[in-house]
Design a protein around this ligand. Structure first.
Ligand code: SF4
Ligand code: SF4
Length: 212
């Protein structure tokens, strides 16, 4: 009798390549780094490792390392760095840094770089329905108050990426289920709304209102 092969929880290189192919759309119609780099010594806020440390699946790191020396493993330099690494680096992933924005290679950027500043939003039913700004960067990324500048093509292809990843990895689904609940709790407590960027097929859907 044929046994169904077990699916490893670790992503393969083919899967990573497929995900990268879904994450090639430009975020905005202009260079959004022009909005934030003057306040960060000429470097976009999200490319300063002290502001945001990219986290790569180990297999993603190996894949990118086989093609380029753009990225390397991030080494903690302070007690707070050490705590961050200890508390937040999962077994299956690595905090990394890059050589710097002057050396950036678009095709060799990580999933972390490509998806910033958005993450998936999961509604009250547990359904993935759109993208929201990562709350950690509400005060660093100017796009968080210019959500209309984000290209619909970017939202659509990133939605497909997140949908695939959330179905593939239970731990990622749980992570974003929890963060989405936190967004709703904050909204209930403060009355402050948060923008949800919907993919084209879910835009202006009346039935969704009660679930988001
Ligand atoms: S995504 Fe935000 S932080 Fe990064 S370059 Fe664009 S505006 Fe700056
Ligand atoms: S790889 Fe490119 S996009 Fe990613 S942090 Fe470095 S400079 Fe920024």
């Amino acid at each position: 009798m044929n046994k169904t092969p077990e699916i490893s929880s670790d992503l393969t290189r083919d899967e990573i390549s497929f995900y990268h192919s879904l994450l090639n759309e430009e975020l905005t119609d202009y260079d959004c780094g022009s909005l934030c780099k003057d306040a960060n010594d000429g470097v976009p806020f999200c490319c300063v490792v002290e502001n945001a440390v990219p986290i790569l699946y180990k297999e993603e790191y190996e894949l990118l390392k086989s093609r380029s020396d753009l990225g390397s493993v991030w080494e903690p330099e302070s007690k707070s760095d050490l705590k961050l690494k200890k508390d937040s680096e999962p077994d299956s992933a690595l905090f990394c840094k890059c050589k710097g924005v002057a050396f950036c290679e678009r095709e060799n950027r990580s999933i972390s770089c490509r998806t910033f500043p958005l993450e998936p939003y999961i509604d009250k039913r547990g359904k993935h329905v759109g993208l929201v700004f990562m709350k950690e960067f509400l005060h660093g990324c100017p796009l968080t108050s210019r959500n209309k500048d984000i290209r619909q093509e970017f939202v659509d292809s990133h939605f497909i990426f997140w949908e695939a990843l959330l179905l593939r990895k239970d731990d990622e689904y749980e992570t974003y289920l929890r963060s989405s609940r936190r967004y709703r709790r904050h909204r209930t407590k403060t009355g402050v709304q948060f923008p949800i960027l919907f993919p084209s097929h879910l835009k202006d859907k009346e039935y969704l209102k009660e679930y988001i």
